[in-house]
Design a protein around this ligand. Structure first.
Ligand code: C2E
Ligand code: CA
Ligand code: CA
Ligand code: CA
Length: 277
């Protein structure tokens, strides 16, 4: 028995070493992924539930790895964060998505773009300046961009983060709190952030039709947010029931697999042409 245990331990150790090696390799490769043009953006429609029209898309990054295939962001964003690569990554995402905005515009498609930013971006004192300069340089109206920020991006250095966010907000950029409900901050604390939009995390929306608790959480969040003058986006809408439930309760925007999965840029035009929105 002891022998078998030892063998298991050896196999286990090998697996750990294997994973560590794998991870180290990924870290090294990530550094050149941008230069090698291996990153790609997918776009997921954000539906305006009042206008019944897609006005925005959220840019979501993927890594098209030459050997490993498509790597989802949850598998490499945390590594990029630890490696100090997020400033480079976010800058790439912004450049790429503004170029895509312009490309769509030249095809007669008007879609504002939401971009995810991380804690590291807000710690970079040049972040604000970079964003504003980029918008000027590309010649796009500032309302074209929404920045989605999770509360953990703010908590580690709230003073500096709030300072940067205020400059961006005052310049006309739209700011949104992402994954609302999964962190530890209260809405009262989050209200100190200069944001105009709140995204209810998909974990409260996915099972809306079968969970009385989720219904209570979402409807009270809607009320509270509206009373505070925030507009609300529900993410993770996976069925028609949830969509209608949210429309009936005055939720401003919706996003989720029921409407559309994230699509590559070319497919967005087809999707728009064939959807009722
Ligand atoms: P997120 O910002 O909360 O994005 C929403 C995630 O939920 C996306 O996963 C999207 O594909 C997925 N989703 C959308 N609708 C549904 C639905 O109806 N059901 C379910 N189950 N899932 C849905 P994705 O693309 O894998 O991105 C995961 C996370 O990676 C994002 O979560 C975001 O935190 C991060 N991320 C993605 N792109 C970027 C980026 O460019 N920069 C940064 N900093 N983070 C990014
Ligand atoms: Ca997001
Ligand atoms: Ca989210
Ligand atoms: Ca998330």
């Amino acid at each position: 028995y002891a022998k078998k245990n030892k063998l298991e331990q050896q196999i286990y150790n090998q697996q750990i070493d294997g994973n560590t090696l794998d991870r180290l390799q990924l870290i090294n490769e990530l550094k050149s992924a941008i230069d090698n043009e291996e990153l790609v953006l997918f776009y997921q429609p954000k539906l305006d539930l009042k206008l019944k029209k897609v006005t925005h898309v959220e840019a979501l990054v993927r890594w098209r790895h030459p050997d490993r295939g498509m790597i989802p962001p949850d598998d490499f964003i945390p590594i990029a964060e630890q490696m100090g690569q997020m400033n480079a990554l976010t800058r790439w995402v912004m450049n790429e998505s503004i170029d895509q905005y312009l490309k769509w515009k030249s095809q007669g498609i008007e879609l504002c773009i939401a971009i995810n930013i991380s804690a590291e971006n807000l710690k970079d004192v040049h972040f604000c300046r970079y964003v504003l300069d980029l918008i000027t340089e590309k010649g796009v109206p500032i309302e074209v961009l929404t920045l989605e920020i999770t509360e953990d991006a703010v908590v580690s250095d709230p003073e500096n983060a709030i300072k940067q966010l205020k400059v961006l907000k005052n310049s006309g950029l739209k700011l949104s709190i992402d994954d609302y409900g999964t962190g530890y901050s209260s809405l009262a604390q989050l209200k100190q952030l200069p944001v105009s939009e709140l995204k209810i995390d998909k974990s409260f929306v996915q099972n809306l039709m079968v969970s009385a608790d989720d219904q209570i959480i979402v409807s009270s969040t809607l009320q509270l947010a509206h009373n505070l003058g925030l507009s609300v986006v529900a993410e993770g809408i996976e069925d028609e029931g949830a969509l209608n439930w949210l429309i009936e309760r005055g939720c401003e925007m919706g996003q989720g697999y029921y409407l559309s999965r994230p699509l590559d840029a070319e497919k967005i035009a087809d999707w728009l042409a064939n959807s009722p929105y």
